[in-house]
Design a protein around this ligand. Structure first.
Ligand code: HEC
Length: 135
């Protein structure tokens, strides 16, 4: 390596802020599915059934999520997950992106959203894969 390159590398290592952050990871439907099942994260199955046969416990307070990717565009799915109470103030579904419009929130979650933006991207990517079976 040339001295200038060595110096640049040293500078980059010494000052992490100067190094560009890695590009945001692409949304991953498998990660989204795991978040939907996880009881400490999305816990969507508390209220929804979904086509995840290995999960025995599935709720029925909300609509079955099977076919959600046909009923809604990705943008509409994102709006429903991120801001359910903006669409329907009386909804029992949490607004996963918000720290307000929430009820019965544990102290640990009071000031942070239930899911990060990247996690919501993953959940939406999973929802978009839920297509109704074709007759
Ligand atoms: C506490 C119950 C509850 C939880 C938890 C919940 N939902 Fe919901 N969800 C509902 C209800 C009820 C509706 C019906 C619309 C409304 O009341 O807002 C709904 C509607 C939806 C819809 C629109 C469904 C359709 O086809 O009309 C989607 C998509 C959805 N939820 C996804 C999710 C995802 C993904 C999660 C987890 C990250 C989740 N929900 C967690 C209760 C819940």
């Amino acid at each position: 390596m040339k001295p200038a390159a060595v110096a640049a590398l040293g500078l980059a290592l010494a000052a992490p802020a100067l190094v560009l952050p890695p590009p945001a990871a692409a949304a991953d439907p498998e990660r989204g599915k795991a978040l939907a099942v996880n009881r400490q994260k999305g816990f969507c199955l508390l209220c929804h059934a979904a086509p995840i046969p290995e999960e025995r416990f599935q709720g029925d307070i909300g609509p079955d999520l099977a076919g959600a990717g046909d009923r809604w565009s990705p943008a509409e799915l994102r709006e429903r997950v991120a801001h359910a109470r903006t669409l329907n103030p009386a909804s029992v579904m949490p607004s996963y992106a918000q720290t307000h419009h929430r009820r019965q929130v544990g102290a640990a979650w009071r000031d942070r959203p239930l899911l990060t933006e990247a996690e919501i991207d993953d959940v939406v990517a999973w929802l978009a894969t839920l297509r109704a079976p074709r007759p």
